[in-house]
Design a protein around this ligand. Sequence first.
Ligand code: PRP
Ligand code: MN
Ligand code: MG
Length: 177
Amino acid sequence: MEEFRKEVLVSSEEIEKKVKELGEEITKDYQGKELMLVGILKGAAIFMADLARNIKIPVTMDFMAVSSYGNSTKSSGVVRIIKDLDSNVEGKHILIVEDIIDTGLTLGYLTDNLKKRGASSVRICTLLDKPERRKVNVPVDYRGFVIPDEFVVGYGIDYAEKYRNLPDIFSIEESCD
Ligand code: PRP
Ligand code: MN
Ligand code: MG
């Protein structure tokens, strides 16, 4: 990451603690219900894996890939399904698992889309929330951390497809030197 100035915004220890708490809350709330976790690729892959292991009721897991950004830090405003769910959502309680909500365009589109398919309920769990950047209002049911309007990488989140494997979340800035 030599081309960036970087600092740890959320450490792996803080993430681990928070994911455990979210898992406990979700476990309580979905007791006796058929819960389907829907992870949004690729950013949510790592959060999804950790969160699922902290939910202590049976769940099913599926994934969607929706593109809004491409290899840029700027939103194009275009939402496109790259990979759809394998399973039917009718009558299921869906919890969408996201790494970050920025403008809300991705989740605004997805929640509508999944409700139209006949899901019993559609809720959102996001690790990070950047409310200052919101363009579309989306109800967040489970939220890990509210963060300032800074560009972040790590724990699934990329910059031009890199840095997803970093265990901590960093804020980055192009260095001037
Ligand atoms: C990022 C992030 C969220 C979305 C949030 O995904 O993982 O899915 O953008 O932005 P929004 O609230 O403005 O819609 P991205 O489209 O970069 O794909 P990726 O997960 O494969 O990195
Ligand atoms: Mn994403
Ligand atoms: Mg991305």
